[in-house]
Design a protein around this ligand. Sequence first.
Ligand code: NAD
Ligand code: IPM
Ligand code: MN
Length: 343
Amino acid sequence: MTHRIALIPGDGIGIPVTQAAMRVVTASGADVQTVTFPWSCDHYLQHGVMMPDDGIETLRGFDAIFLGAVGWPARVPDSVSLHGLLLPIRKAFVQYANIRPHRLLEGVEGPLKTRDFDILCIRENTEGEYSGAGGRVHVGTPDEVAVETAIFTRAGVERILRFGFEQARARRGQLASVTKSNAQRHTMVFWDQVTDELAAEYPDVQVTRYHIDAMCARMVMAPESLDVVVASNLFGDILTDLGAAIQGGLGFAASANIDPTRSGPSMFEPVHGSAPDIADKGIANPMAAFWSAAMMLEHLGQTAPAARIMVAMEAATARGIGTQPGRDTTDAITAAVLAQLKD
Ligand code: NAD
Ligand code: IPM
Ligand code: MN
């Protein structure tokens, strides 16, 4: 069955890595049809909006969304670009589970002594610290106050934790739940409480609670002790750039924004942003985009092409392709993976 994919390359390195990923998807034998939407900071500068008013409705008709990266802070404030495109898509399609795998591909050298880790971060993706509630008063005066309220609902917390328990059950049976309940006594104590309630339903899963600060240290000092890690929106955001770092850099970190109920399209994107510092140098590592594309095909049930992409990527990294930051061009890395796919 042909799946229809909405492509949003976005800004900066989002554009070349999306293009490269689609070449790899085609070469994998996947059955997809793509439609590209030029929604980006350029689009904003031309039209005054990041995407058209009916953008969400347009995306609803697709089987999945693939996004490169959004943001060009020198020209459009992030508060406009991200809140006009990426974040509304996650919310509108209730993509509440953001799945981010952290492990070292063969041949990739991370900064740690150990290679022995395989962590699946599950980040809450629709509420929490990203709820957007709040505001500023007495702007520009000495009395100015800025408030950003984190909103955690029982439905929201329960569904992401349940998702985490299910993932742990399907893997090595260990769930790490991350909070800061020693300092934040409303939201985070609530999260811990729901964790304990659900733990009773999953006696086969060993659940351990960690504070976010301690988890940061653990991911560096003892990453092999972790299996599935579940965290709130902001904590998950921060932990997954740390996860990216231990797996060799942002060029390797993939993500899937999933609506497990499948009532709308899920979205797949690298963890990284538009990387303005290297955007016109042709050296963005497209591996994170390839891995995200493989996650998309897997989600759509095209498991054989998904597996072929992962095997081809790892065959390339095993030969040292793309493993030294900044050495190989996007095109060279793409060509190497395409060559593996032809074998
Ligand atoms: P970034 O991820 O774009 O870059 C951080 C650092 O990692 C930079 O030095 C960059 O060169 C490097 N890097 C990132 N991806 C790389 C790759 N594939 N290959 C090689 N090096 C890579 O983060 P930032 O600089 O904080 O953000 C830049 C813009 O992107 C901002 O507007 C930000 O809000 C946005 N952003 C968007 C997304 C998204 O669309 N999902 C994610 C993160 C940041
Ligand atoms: C990510 C990004 C986004 C986030 C930003 C760009 C809003 O950092 O996908 O990790 O915080 O979710
Ligand atoms: Mn992030």
